[in-house]
Design a protein around this ligand. Structure first.
Ligand code: SF4
Ligand code: SF4
Length: 469
């Protein structure tokens, strides 16, 4: 029943808050920044696809994949360095250093990462390129969108989606190739012998690439990318951004300026800068968070300016200070502090990698009993030693003991040959004769060293427990 105190509209008009997205068909543009982008996106895609095929000496005279994140083997091979779970801190340090490098670039040059090397930008550019080959230029694509389904449309759309799926599948299988040797992976893919998880991850990355680069495109940058959201706080008045020179361009007037005309700006309102924009914005309305800094509008406007005999640079990379006639301050505290932080982090990482000992030793004392008396009267303590060779070559290692006089181990000093990446568990018993020696409870040290390199030496402490005298 209606509450009479609440006025009801007789014929309510429903307002939908949902608005269908109009597909953006950016117009092709040529220019110096787009040439540079061609280089960077080809390098990004080529690097991604080819890197798993790069081989690296494994230290034992053989070769293995240069970049391989071997999850079952718990080893990450990155060129000549192998990271183990114990090196997680180094990997985290590496990632934090990369994040600082990104912050530094953002403070300096705004969204240059987004425009030139971001995977979303790169794959979208290739997907758009496929679209242009199969469906034609911007106007042909808009016409095709509006036209009813007919044989030509089915053929063009069909071939576009087949090519999109092919590139997406290549992306998906390459991604898994970073986690399992790629040659073997491809071989098993052709013989239908892939594992369940391999199939799931290939399918996931294929689907994600197809949807993100084919369908979502600029929406990933605008609505989903967390970096796009927080990077604006790193901008300041000295950050390089793509900007329209309002002072010079306004008031705009459509069409070529006549000689006798005065008091109008340089913008001829051709809207080419809007048509080439992959996010569909009008840079003349000021800096917007949708702008990915790709400079397509810069190249488009420069071409227009040349045609109408006006100086280029109406839209350009500049800073807010420069636009307002103030000098740009390149050496500002924020930039210097990011630079200093990056330098420190890279130096610490370099030092840690250079001085890293590629051996490992864990000592576990038998917690079941403090000590035991053997049948021959000896007092014994048991340990389990796990020794590791974290390098990429076979190593001759020596295991020795440093302990109180009278304490000895059954096997004495051990010489072990450990293959690359191998781990060996050694049960060790330390003992003394209570009738001839006086040994008290105290520390013992197990020493692991490379027989051919004195720099590689590890010392682990444990305890020997003796009965009270
Ligand atoms: S391309 Fe240049 S001239 Fe054309 S509308 Fe954009 S700013 Fe104006
Ligand atoms: S406004 Fe210009 S720089 Fe920004 S995304 Fe659009 S075309 Fe690229």
């Amino acid at each position: 029943m209606n509450d009479p105190r609440i006025p009801m509209q007789e014929d309510p008009e429903w307002i939908s808050l949902y608005s269908k997205r109009d597909a953006i068909h950016p117009r092709a543009v040529h220019g110096r920044f787009q040439q540079l982008r061609d280089v960077t996106v080809w390098a990004t895609l080529g690097g991604y696809l080819l890197l798993p095929w790069l081989q690296w000496p494994d230290g034992d005279g053989g070769w293995r994949q240069a970049v391989l994140f071997d999850l079952p083997g718990r080893q990450f091979h990155i060129f000549g360095v192998t990271f183990w779970p114990q090196d997680f801190i180094l990997l985290s340090w590496l990632l934090i250093s990369l994040a600082f490098a990104l912050f530094l670039v953002t403070v300096l040059a705004g969204r240059v990462y987004c425009g030139y090397v971001c995977p979303q930008t790169t794959w979208t550019r290739f997907f758009t390129w496929i679209e242009k080959i199969t469906e034609g230029d911007r106007h042909a694509r808009i016409r095709l969108d509006k036209s009813p389904w007919h044989r030509k449309k089915i053929l063009r759309r069909g071939s576009k989606h087949i090519l999109w799926w092919m590139l997406a599948s290549l992306t998906g299988i390459t991604f898994v190739g970073y986690f399992t040797p790629i040659g073997d992976l491809l071989l098993r893919a052709f013989t239908w012998e892939l594992g369940q998880w391999e199939i799931i991850w290939i399918a996931f990355f294929t689907g994600a690439t197809y949807v993100n680069a084919g369908w979502l495109r600029e929406q990933v940058c605008i609505y989903m990318c967390p970096y796009a959201r927080f990077q604006s706080v790193m901008f300041d008045r000295n950050t390089l951004i793509v900007s329209y020179d309002t002072e010079r361009g306004e008031p705009r007037k459509r069409g070529r300026r006549k000689e006798e005309e005065s008091g109008i700006g340089d913008c001829i309102d051709c809207e080419l800068c809007v048509q080439v924009c992959p996010t569909g914005i009008d840079i003349r309305e000021g800096l917007q968070y949708e702008c990915i800094g790709c400079a397509a509008c810069v190249d488009a406007c420069d071409a227009v300016m040349k045609q109408v005999d006006l100086p280029v640079g109406l839209i350009r990379y500049t800073t807010e200070n420069a636009l307002q006639g103030r000098p740009t301050d390149w050496f500002r505290p924020r930039l210097l502090s990011y630079g200093a932080m990056l330098l420190i982090m890279v130096s610490v990482l370099g030092y840690a990698l250079a001085t890293r000992v590629p051996l490992g030793i864990d000592v576990m004392r038998d917690r079941g009993q403090l000590y035991r008396t053997a049948s021959d009267g000896m007092i014994e303590n048991s340990y389990q030693l796990v020794v590791m060779n974290r390098s990429q070559q076979t190593r001759d290692i020596r295991l020795s003991l440093q302990a109180a006089d009278g304490l000895h181990w059954q096997h004495g000093e051990q010489q072990i040959q450990l293959p690359a990446g191998a781990t060996r568990t050694l049960p060790i018993t330390l003992a003394y004769d209570p009738y001839t020696d006086q040994v008290s409870t105290g520390p013992v040290w197990f020493i692991l060293e490379d027989q051919h390199n004195v720099r590689y030496r590890l010392r682990r402490e444990s305890r020997f427990i003796a009965p009270a005298h």
